[in-house]
Write a protein that binds this ligand. Structure first.
Ligand code: BES
Ligand code: MN
Ligand code: MN
Length: 445
């Protein structure tokens, strides 16, 4: 493998600031889609198309036909999360830089570096393995995948395959590759509170007029108490505890709550429902998070004003058996119920995803396990994931097993400053997936 050339090519891909949530980056998202399309053409795809959206197109590719060989659908995303806060990056997010064997850039691990890994594995070590490759690489994953959902609803035959492969997650610990059996879902919303027609002088009116920020804070406080309990009525009714046997396997994973606090969270304490282990809180329980609050005066200096409106961006993570549509209704009802009569409270839903459950018994999982075993010396351990990939349930609807795996490490800092990918993980990953394609092609699934 020519690692220098590969690194240069990945760097070109990472340099494109394809932030899907912000319209000022529409042209960049397009450019990242073009980059993917170029790679697919180079791999000899007969058909490379931009589907469904002009701004954040889904890139579709059909590899060279190999009669009788199994079909593998590769899914990934070329969009990234916003890079801010910018001044916390040691080197700028879209100027990929190698330090200490790690490549730092937004998207290095999530997911451009991993898409790159899956694509480069196809031709690593000579001829293409006998597999009918299909590609669905989208540009809206970090923004809820609306366009791809629509596309798969209209054209479900795109997911027809013997297996679907997704590398958009991490090993559970260094040297411990994983396959994931569940993903959490997501319900992302804005809660807005309005208390008056417009902002008011806090001297003239303070003491007698309602304050939107104060009302919003009280409302949020009612939605989740300090013990970690979420007070959205009905929210927990669909939540099932994992079986004893599964919880027991989690206790044998290379995961220590104290290390998680010290090295990964890097805070003074962990929070949440103390009656449950940290892994259960991360993998099998719903969450409620406040992402940001706007409104009132937040500029430099001081201004004495009573804000008339305030908005909180919030999200809930959902676990298997919860339904996005139900949780949306439950959250809207809770907001209505907890807001005092004299405030106008509203909820707008921005995007979301149902949780996903994957059975890892299909023979294709054994092939991936073997590939990891041969290349990195340990097979894939089944685990759950706290994050979400909205289209996973839709990708599995045609009956193909959806293999959720990845080459990242737990300390890659996804969505945060100084996101990175260890280059050793990338080089190993290319060999792992190459081996997986060979096993799939020669043994079949
Ligand atoms: N690759 C992540 C999902 C992920 C991260 C799964 C870590 C398992 C472990 C994906 O790109 C992601 O961040 N998804 C968003 C989806 C959302 C914006 C709809 C997420 O989970 O916040
Ligand atoms: Mn991702
Ligand atoms: Mn992400």
């Amino acid at each position: 493998m020519d690692n220098d050339r590969l690194l240069r090519e990945l760097t070109d891909f990472l340099r494109i600031p394809s932030v899907s949530t912000s319209p000022t980056h529409n042209a960049d998202c397009r450019a990242a889609g073009e980059w993917v399309a170029g790679e697919l053409r180079r791999l000899g795809c007969r058909e490379v198309q931009f589907l469904a959206s002009g701004t954040h197109p889904v890139v579709w590719g059909v590899g060279p036909e190999v009669p009788g060989a199994p079909t593998l659908l590769i899914y990934g995303h070329y969009d990234v999360q916003p890079p801010d806060p910018l001044d916390e990056w040691t080197t700028p997010p879209f100027e990929p830089t190698v330090r200490d064997g790690k490549l730092f850039a937004r998207g290095a691990a999530d997911d451009k570096g991993q898409v790159f890994c899956l694509l480069k594995a196809i031709e690593a070590g000579g001829d293409r393995p006998p597999v009918n490759f299909r590609f669905l690489i989208e540009g809206e994953e970090e923004y809820g995948s609306r366009v791809l959902f629509e596309l798969l609803r209209r054209e479900p035959e795109r997911t027809r395959a013997d297996a679907v492969l997704i590398a958009d997650m991490a090993y559970i610990a260094p040297r411990w590759p994983a396959v994931y059996t569940t993903l959490r879902g997501l319900c992302y919303a804005e809660i807005t509170v309005r208390t008056a027609k417009s902002d008011l002088h806090s001297g003239e009116f303070g003491g007698a007029a309602p304050n939107a920020h104060e009302e919003l804070v009280r409302l949020l406080d009612r939605l989740k108490t300090p013990d970690g309990k979420i007070h959205v009525p009905g929210l927990y009714s669909a939540v099932r505890r994992p079986a004893k046997a599964e919880l027991a396997t989690w206790r044998s994973l290379p995961f220590k709550e104290s290390d998680f606090l010290r090295h990964r969270v890097q805070a003074k304490a962990l929070t949440g429902l103390k009656a449950y282990s940290v892994l259960e809180r991360l993998w099998a329980l719903p969450t409620f998070e406040i992402h940001g609050i706007t409104g009132g005066f937040t500029g430099d200096g001081a201004k004495t004003v009573i804000p008339a409106a305030a908005t909180a961006k919030v999200s809930l993570r959902l676990v298997p058996d919860q339904k996005l549509k139900t949780v949306e209704r439950q959250l809207a009802a809770a907001v209505k119920r907890f807001a005092p009569r004299y405030v106008q409270a509203s909820v707008t839903f921005l995007h979301g995803a149902d949780p996903a459950t994957v059975k890892v018994t299909h023979p294709a999982f054994a092939l991936l396990d073997q590939a990891f075993r041969e290349v990195v010396g340990r097979g894939t351990i089944p685990a759950r994931a706290g994050g979400s990939i909205p289209v996973v349930p839709a990708l599995g609807r045609g009956g193909a097993p959806v293999i959720l795996t990845g080459i990242g490490l737990p300390d890659d800092r996804l969505h945060a400053p100084n996101e990175k990918l260890d280059l050793k993980q990338l080089w190993d990953g290319i060999r792992v997936f190459r081996r997986f394609y060979e096993l799939l092609g020669f043994k079949g699934a």
